[in-house]
Ligand binder design. Structure first.
Ligand code: ADE
Length: 255
């Protein structure tokens, strides 16, 4: 039976999943992280909070693979929009990942991971397709209304948030919270096809590539990586992020 590793950035995102694991759940603390081991809807899972940044994500991911033998990894969390086509509230399923802060020039080309000879890593096509279905299921019916209600009324007025779109494409990651027009503009120039930016996805992508493990990253857009990013991020942090991540993941585990 496969074991699914679920990594989240926030405790709120896993609270509902942990409840679903019930009394059979066991815990193990390794490297200052607690791994929750159990089953949800008959699927064997290990759930863990990574904390923030590429080092935290890489360490968590490696433990999931080496100690718990997970056969696939799903990461959920928030991201800042880079593309003009991506709005707050939208969902991004990353198909490609690049570490935007990797720069070993002039020894290696910019963004290339030294001695690995690669700058872009791909997530698992089949897993992305399944996550797309689970997200569509989540967004259809009552739940989308609940989501919009939660951030309404100001979010609707501020951001024109009506239709939540699901995007697929490039995510760029780095150990930086991007929060200025200059910084996001610079990312847009360097990565014309990037949909969003965050601080973990491309690290997980590299580890999963090195170990040959399938993975997927699902991000909810909390901000536009500009001057109001930290304010917008805070607004999404509690209710919305948790609601979307656990909703989509429960659909995924139930399918
Ligand atoms: N996660 C959510 N918003 C972000 C941003 N603006 N920069 C980096 N990571 C993020």
């Amino acid at each position: 039976m496969k074991t699914i590793g679920i990594i989240a950035a926030l405790p709120q995102e896993i609270a509902e999943l942990l409840e679903k694991m019930g009394s059979q759940m066991t815990q193990q603390t390794i490297g200052m992280r607690t791994f929750y081991i159990g089953e949800i809807q008959g699927k064997k899972c290990v759930i863990v909070l990574a904390r923030i940044g590429k080092v935290a994500a890489s360490a968590t991911c490696t433990t999931l693979i080496q100690t718990f033998g997970v056969t696939e990894i799903i990461f959920t969390g928030l991201a800042g929009a880079v593309s003009q086509a991506v709005n707050i509230g939208d969902i991004v399923i990353g198909t490609e990942f690049c570490q935007h802060d990797m720069n070993a020039e002039p020894l290696f080309p910019r963004h290339e991971i030294p001695l690995l000879g690669r700058d872009v890593f791909q997530s698992d096509v089949a897993l992305n397709r399944q996550l797309q279905r689970s997200t569509e299921q989540f967004l259809s019916g009552e739940s989308q209304f609940s989501l919009v209600r939660m951030i309404a009324p100001t979010a609707i007025a501020d951001f024109g948030l009506k239709d939540i779109k699901i995007h697929h494409g490039l995510i760029v990651s780095g150990d930086q919270f991007i929060s200025s027009d200059e910084a996001v503009g610079e990312l847009q120039q360097r990565f014309p096809t990037a949909l969003c930016t965050e601080m973990e996805g491309a690290a997980i992508a590299q580890i999963c590539y090195e170990y040959g493990v399938s993975f997927a990253v699902l991000r909810v857009i909390s901000d536009k990586a500009n001057h109001s990013a930290s304010h917008d991020f805070g607004r999404f942090l509690n209710e919305v992020a948790a609601f979307v991540s656990s909703g989509v993941l429960l659909n995924y585990l139930g399918n």
